[in-house]
Design a protein around this ligand. Structure first.
Ligand code: ADP
Ligand code: GLC
Length: 477
């Protein structure tokens, strides 16, 4: 079985969030299950030079983008046993960062068409399945259906769309249909791509793919409701078992406190006392008072309201009345960046605000923190809490999406559980949950037990990769 995994970002080449983690780890896990998965992604100029210099040019050709005819080079690299094709076009991808440009619609229309054209130019690339991810590649099943019906190599291809975040849909004006996608006006209807007065790439993917997955069971149900459906709840409720929720995992080799070279001192579930060393050294590095007894709460996140920072904002003064330390690593909305900078200046012995993106510091925070704060409003799966669990940092989360499915709240009567959670999106519930976690932290024996339970969870990809494999097989029959 051959699968072409099409994606806009992939660790370690380009990462803005959890999508990149999945794009690396799921193909790797599937290859262990004997699926011939290959990744295809844009060749961004921000990819580390070490990788850029190792890429091999395979071929080049032109790709139609509406009336345009654009150059497309194919570069190739194998990372940890996974073959990766990079789509090269400097006009579209030689820019800082990955997204947020006025012409993202054109850039990813080009990329999507280029994925389909690549199949014509590489002999041993004969995918049975194209697995597309989020809006950037969701238009591929539509283009496949319209433009490649008569191509021998394409005719047999089935498609799977994974929705990592329904909030971003790729919504553009109607003119994009002909201007970028060479699709006729027939596609501008309610049962096709029409979305209010424009078109939605993601809606196209949902309708034209053979299966739709999303990254947790709970989120697969949430998106069928008005509150979480982002205008597509009707469609998503109507597709029955074409929609499946499969929980993400994390790569257990990359995220392993026993071997992670970014952290100060390696440890595992049998040596959690060594975890303390990480805390003391991070406190020193960030100029916080050095103390094993003050609970250190970590945040590693995009700073947006999706992640619950509007709740955090409302109770910052209250949180800071507790004897705690708060270490933030993140970037995003100006409002939240400013807020954390303000509190770091006002409470230098309690708050460290690191407004940037840093792989290195993120690992140190996962290893050093006692608790990991992630009170998301919406969380399709969440990778950060899975990393936190692996590093024995106890998640404080809201019960939504993948947070609900992966963080079992500590139960003081049975002793079960490995996190703290609250249900309603409400700052008082959040505050009480933090307060409760701090009270449990004061009992070291109990806390160590919770760390052990957290670190013993199996959130590796093995099980979910097998589920994907079964899903692929089911549509090839
Ligand atoms: P999302 O994809 O919605 O941002 P996830 O929890 O699925 O959230 O994944 C976030 C990923 O990005 C995790 O691997 C997390 O460690 C990483 N991350 C987020 N912000 C930063 C940052 N500022 N620096 C380093 N890593 C970050
Ligand atoms: C999205 C979601 C996040 C999920 C990630 C990987 O970024 O916001 O919850 O973990 O995709 O699927």
């Amino acid at each position: 079985m051959q699968v072409l995994f099409s994606v806009s970002e992939c660790f370690p080449f380009a990462k803005s969030g959890g999508l990149a983690d999945v794009a690396y780890a799921l193909p790797k896990a599937l290859r262990n299950e004997n699926v011939d998965v290959r990744i295809i992604m844009p060749k961004y100029s921000d990819i580390n030079y070490d990788f850029l210099s190792k890429m091999k040019h395979i071929t080049h050709f032109n790709v139609p983008v509406g009336w345009r005819n654009q150059y497309c080079g194919i570069e190739y690299l194998v990372i940890d046993g996974i073959p990766v094709y990079f789509i090269d076009n400097e006009y579209y991808f030689k820019r800082p960062g990955y997204y947020g440009y006025y012409d993202d619609g054109e850039r990813f229309s080009f990329f999507s068409r280029a994925v389909l054209e690549t199949i014509n130019h590489i002999d041993d690339l004969k995918p049975d399945i194209i697995h597309v991810n989020d809006w950037h590649t969701a238009i591929i099943p539509v283009l496949l259906n319209e433009h490649y019906r008569n191509s021998q190599k394409h005719k047999i291809i089935k498609t799977v769309l994974t929705i990592h975040n329904l909030k971003f849909q790729g919504i553009f004006g109607k003119e994009v249909l002909s201007d970028l996608l060479s699709l006729n006006d027939g596609y501008y209807s309610e049962d096709n791509l029409k979305f209010y007065e424009g078109i939605s790439f993601l809606k196209g993917g949902i309708i034209f793919s053979d299966k739709v997955t999303t990254v947790s069971k709970t989120y697969s149900n949430e998106i069928k409701t008005l509150s979480y459906g982002e205008g597509l709840h009707g469609l998503l409720s109507g597709i029955g078992d074409k929609l499946v929720g499969i929980i993400n995992g994390i790569d257990y080799e990359i995220y392993n406190p026993k071997t992670d070279s970014y952290i100060y001192k390696n440890y595992d579930v049998n040596s959690i006392n060594d975890k303390k060393e990480n805390k003391l050294l991070l406190q020193r590095e960030l100029n916080l008072p050095i103390s094993p007894d003050i609970p250190l709460i970590g945040i590693v996140s995009r700073l947006t309201s999706q992640k619950g920072f509007d709740l955090v904002q409302k109770i910052m003064e209250d949180i800071l009345r507790f004897d705690i330390q708060l270490v933030i690593l993140g970037a995003g909305d100006f409002e939240y960046e400013q807020m954390f900078k303000y509190y770091a200046m006002s409470y230098p012995s309690k708050v460290s605000a690191n407004i940037c993106y840093s792989e290195d510091l993120s690992r140190k925070i996962y290893a050093a923190s006692d608790m990991f704060l992630m009170p998301s409003h919406t969380e399709p799966c969440g990778i950060s809490q899975l990393i936190a669990l692996r590093y024995g940092s106890i998640p404080i989360v809201r019960e939504t999406g993948g947070l609900r499915d992966t963080v079992k709240p500590y139960n003081q009567y049975t002793g079960e559980g490995w996190g703290f959670s609250f249900s309603n999106y409400n700052e008082f519930e959040l505050l009480n949950t933090i307060k409760y976690a701090i009270s449990i932290f004061k009992n070291p024996q109990l806390w160590n037990q919770i760390i052990k339970q957290a670190m013993s969870q199996d959130n590796s990809w093995k099980h979910s990769a097998q589920e994907y494999k079964r899903l692929y097989s089911s549509i090839l029959k």
